[in-house]
Write a protein that binds this ligand. Structure first.
Ligand SMILES: [Zn+2]
Length: 619
């Protein structure tokens, strides 16, 4: 795809959890399933807090939900909103300032926390606290517009009808939010910039790791499209795919808008939702039959939409999917005429519905089946979305899905969502504080990768992986103590990756590498035994190295024993040696090492094998 020609523009918003205690209380930033209480709330935005209610807030309020919160040892009265927030966590502020300096941003003089309205229930207060830390940073030619410090929201556990349940453990974990300008010009560049920012965050050694600890939001548009925000991308590698898909989706919607030229919003607005249940009295469609026992089949005509709902340019981004998500939010589902006849709905039934709705061959219809009220709400939602289709791409917030696609989440919030947080005193950033942080700035990741690969003669990729996984410190520490750069790099990257897949506890493994290397250094076993020993020590955290060596049969054999084994091999292969002379060495060495790997030093095996072969050749 020619992204330049399409006028592709993207920006990133990266949220990284910090590995400190919480932002406004002393609770640990640990997720837990260990709940010790729950309570219920209904949240409503008040006019006074909001000034003017924004679109997103209104839509949430319209959904009238009940929220249940689960308390745990990772939450206190602050998370429950029964106690005002404490002063902002100093350590978290320091990490944010460190990141700001690394990104060459201008730090503001005084930090003021603000309240940002959220009424999806993910904050017990109805707002999220956030503070601007710095502006105008830069990375790889892309401007960093803002760096903020904010509190993470509560963790959604499940949603059933109008009831939503949240865990309070995540609420209040400090988050650094980094927003770039929308000047990223391709999906690949977006991935690259996100990776670089991620490395800088990790360089502070104060960020959490693992799934869900860093979330990337993307905003993206193409020239004829519109700005769309995509929330919650968890894996860096998904970024290009998601952006590419969004471009295709926008192209599909632009194409549909072109084909709908001449249709007016009013033409759709005036369409009435009609009860077409009687057309399905004898239907073969199982779910309609079932639904008709207590519900209805409702239908609405969409003028000039025939052929446009089932996919025009990109079937996988068809308008029908958008309709379905809007209906899902209302608690129901839809079927549209582009996909019919199907599901047991006959050609004749389609004809009858068309007749009642007054459809000509250019018109489409959508039906919703089930509870009358729900079905009606579903079709109203479809109608609203169909009117937006006339304009092309609606400005909206979408959710990233694991398969690289996205789905509608809510309208784009308007800007009037912030007001000052009066419970938290402002923080003046003193020169002394900045000087202290500047003095302790970590090495920039790029520089560190280059230095490590040169200094320790490991590949650039290995150095990058060590930095990326946060094992750079462990690596340097171990290598300074024992040497064995190549072995240490292999253990920390490849062996650990294998062990992780096999289900070993990597935190324990990392702690035990030291002992293994010490044993290697004392020549207690051959380097080939390292993997087995590390596995044994990780699986048996109480076992000592001696036990591991014994159990893994990893100890060095005595030279006498080695010679006995090699002699045996040489005797068995005497014929081969006589035929091939010196060229028999390599296959025999292979056989010997297969038997002696981990129990004898390769150089010693080679020496003895040569001696024994000489004896045969000169006999
Ligand atoms: Zn707390």
């Amino acid at each position: 795809m020619d992204y330049k020609a399409l006028g592709f523009k993207a920006g990133l918003e990266i949220h990284q959890q910090l590995a400190t205690s919480k932002l406004f209380c002393k609770c640990p930033s640990e997720l837990t399933e260990n709940y010790n209480g729950k309570f219920e709330r209904i949240l409503r935005p008040t006019q006074s807090e909001l000034g003017e209610l924004d679109k997103a807030a209104l839509e949430e309020a319209r959904r009238k939900k009940r929220f249940v919160y689960y308390a745990s040892p990772s939450s206190c009265l602050v998370e429950a909103d029964e106690e005002p927030p404490h002063e902002a966590n100093e350590e978290a502020v320091d990490v944010a300032l460190t990141v700001a300096l690394l990104l060459k941003a201008d730090i503001i003089d005084e930090i003021h926390f603000m309240r940002k309205i959220v009424i999806d229930g993910s904050n017990t207060t109805g707002f999220q606290r956030t503070a601007l830390i710095a502006l105008n940073g830069e990375i790889d030619g892309i401007k960093i517009e803002t760096i903020c410090l904010e509190e993470d929201s509560a963790r959604k556990l499940r949603e059933e009808g109008k009831k939503v349940e949240y865990a309070l453990d995540r609420l209040g974990i400090p988050l650094i939010e980094i927003a770039t300008s929308p000047d990223i010009s391709s999906p690949q560049e977006a991935r690259k910039i996100a990776e670089k920012i991620g490395l800088i965050l990790r360089a502070t050694k104060k960020v959490k790791r693992g799934i869900g600890t860093i979330r990337q939001d993307l905003n993206v548009s193409i020239r004829e499209g519109n700005r769309v925000e995509i929330k919650g991308v968890q894996d860096l590698n998904d970024i290009p795919k998601i952006l590419e898909n969004e471009v295709k989706r926008q192209l599909e919607l632009i194409e549909i808008a072109k084909k709908l030229k001449g249709v007016k919003a009013d033409d759709i607005k005036k369409q009435e939702i009609k009860d077409v249940s009687m057309m399905f009295e004898k239907t073969q469609c199982k779910f309609i039959k079932k639904a008709l026992k207590s519900g209805k089949v409702l239908a609405i005509k969409l003028p000039n939409f025939a052929g446009l709902i089932g996919g025009v340019k990109y079937k996988e981004h068809r308008l029908g999917k958008e309709f379905a998500v809007h209906a899902k939010i209302e608690g129901g589902g839809i079927i549209h005429s582009d996909e019919l006849p199907a599901y047991g709905i006959s050609e004749n039934e389609v004809k009858e519905v068309k007749k009642i709705l007054g459809c000509n061959e250019k018109d489409a219809f959508v039906i919703s089946v089930g509870n009358e009220n729900t079905a009606k709400n579903c079709l109203e939602a479809v109608k609203r979305r169909a009117m937006q289709a006339l304009e092309g791409v609606p400005k909206e917030v979408r959710r990233a899905l694991p398969d690289g696609f996205t789905e509608y989440m809510r309208p784009m919030p308007t800007a009037a969502r912030m007001y000052p947080e009066t419970d938290i005193p402002p923080i003046r950033i003193t020169k002394e504080r900045l000087a202290r942080i500047r003095k302790n700035l970590p090495e920039m990741p790029e520089k560190r990768i280059n230095r490590m690969s040169k200094e320790y003669k490991i590949s650039y990729e290995e150095a990058k992986q060590l930095v990326y996984r946060g094992r750079d410190d462990v690596f340097e520490e171990l290598v300074k103590k024992y040497g064995y750069e190549r072995i240490v790099a292999r253990i920390l990257l490849n062996v650990m990756a294998e062990m992780e897949k096999e289900g070993y506890d990597i935190d324990i493994a990392l702690k035990r590498v030291n002992e293994v290397l010490e044993g290697l250094n004392k020549k207690l076993f051959a380097k080939e035994a390292v993997d087995d020993l590390l596995r044994y020590l990780t699986k048996n955290p109480k076992a000592g190295l001696d036990e591991a060596i014994k159990k893994c049969k990893a100890g060095f054999m005595e030279e006498k024993e080695i010679r006995r084994i090699i002699k045996g091999i040489v005797e068995e292969k005497e014929q081969l040696i006589k035929e091939k002379k010196e060229r028999a060495f390599s296959p025999l060495m292979g056989i010997a090492m297969k038997e002696l790997r981990g129990k004898a030093d390769g150089a010693l095996v080679s020496k003895i094998l040569k001696e024994e072969m000489e004896k045969v050749l000169h006999s």
